[in-house]
Write a protein that binds this ligand. Structure first.
Ligand code: NDP
Length: 294
């Protein structure tokens, strides 16, 4: 068997086209959706992520306003900026790029963001609403994974989904999305982590396997059931003398080996990554609509 490769870029483009239409309608009604981006320090990967998010905003007609702060910014100054953005009626979404420099209390910053502008879906209020099955901002990567699965024609209903990784930004919210009683969820979910005994025993039982760990090639072909759908969230830099920059990006899954066993697989890059950015646009449009009472 050779797996179908799920094209995250193409599916993200569909989502972005829908967002672009929604933004157009709002703009026609006199409201410009606006996302405030905040970057503390000069970490190259974070700069690239924020740059990509801002370019995508431009593509769909969302205005982005960037706040660049030095790495030495005291936590209190960052909190003050977040409060100002909370108060600004022209700002609909606030994105503070993580990770923050050491010494800054990340959780305090997350909790300072107005839940109505929390387009990353990291605020405990939004996480709590997700657990309770209420309308909320779902964090972008888990929301993107679900879109990717459904728009590729796979169902989650009645399927056994095994998630490797239990972070607050990927594994836990994804688990909570998937267990909701809804036709677009309704999965049976197993969550694995570094304390899981015999990981392969669990992953081999997955109809849908999601790897969100941050370890290159952790998931080999022997850990995947024949015919499974494999979603690779990991983004890892590995040295590669042939690559122009001396490194390349790989996921958590041994792509070449697993594609011979799975029914479908997401590549890295070009799988979950573009969906994450697309869902940020979806959330920002939603925040702007809500602010307008729509
Ligand atoms: P975290 O480091 O926060 O979490 C990693 C999780 O993997 C933890 O739950 C950890 O367990 C678990 N883990 C670590 N080692 C093992 C192991 N050997 N076996 C089983 N589980 C293990 O990472 P994130 O969730 O933030 O990110 C995961 C990956 O996804 C990273 O590569 C990141 O770059 C990528 N990512 C990609 C995104 C995208 O848009 N494509 C967005 C967000 C992240 P424990 O809890 O016990 O420590």
């Amino acid at each position: 068997m050779t797996a179908r490769i799920i094209d995250g870029r193409a599916i993200a483009a569909q989502v972005l086209e829908e967002v672009r239409k929604g933004v157009f309608e709002l703009r026609a009604a006199g409201l410009v959706p606006r996302l405030a981006t905040v970057l503390v320090g000069e970490d190259p990967a974070s700069r690239a992520y924020v740059g990509n998010k801002r370019r995508t905003c431009e593509q769909v007609g969302i205005e982005s306003v960037h706040h660049q702060l030095p790495a030495s910014t005291p936590g209190e100054a960052l909190l003050e900026l977040v409060r100002e953005l909370n108060e600004d009626p022209g700002v609909h979404g606030i994105l503070v790029q993580l990770p923050l420099p050491r010494g800054v209390d990340t959780q305090a910053v997350i909790e300072a963001i107005d839940p109505a502008k929390d387009v990353d879906g990291f605020h405990p209020v939004n996480l709590g609403r997700l657990v309770a099955g209420l309308e909320t901002f779902v964090s972008c990567t888990p929301a993107g994974i679900l879109e990717l699965i459904h728009r590729s024609g796979f169902e989650t209903r009645g399927r056994h989904v095994v998630i490797v990784g239990r972070s607050n930004i990927v594994g836990k919210p994804l688990m909570n999305l998937l267990v909701q009683k809804s036709p677009t969820a309704d999965a049976t979910v197993t969550v694995c982590h570094s304390g899981t005994r015999d990981l392969a025993e669990h992953t081999r039982r997955a109809d849908i396997l999601v790897a969100a760990v941050g370890r290159p090639h952790l998931i080999g072909a022997d850990m995947v059931r024949s015919g499974a759908v494999v979603v690779d969230v990991g983004i890892n830099r590995v040295a590669d003398a042939q690559a122009p920059r001396g490194h390349r990006l790989v996921g958590d899954v041994d792509f070449e080996a697993v594609r011979r066993r799975a029914a479908a697989i997401t590549p890295v890059p070009g799988g979950v990554g573009p969906m994450t950015v697309a869902m940020l646009m979806v959330n920002t449009l939603k925040a702007a609509r809500r602010a307008a009472g729509l």
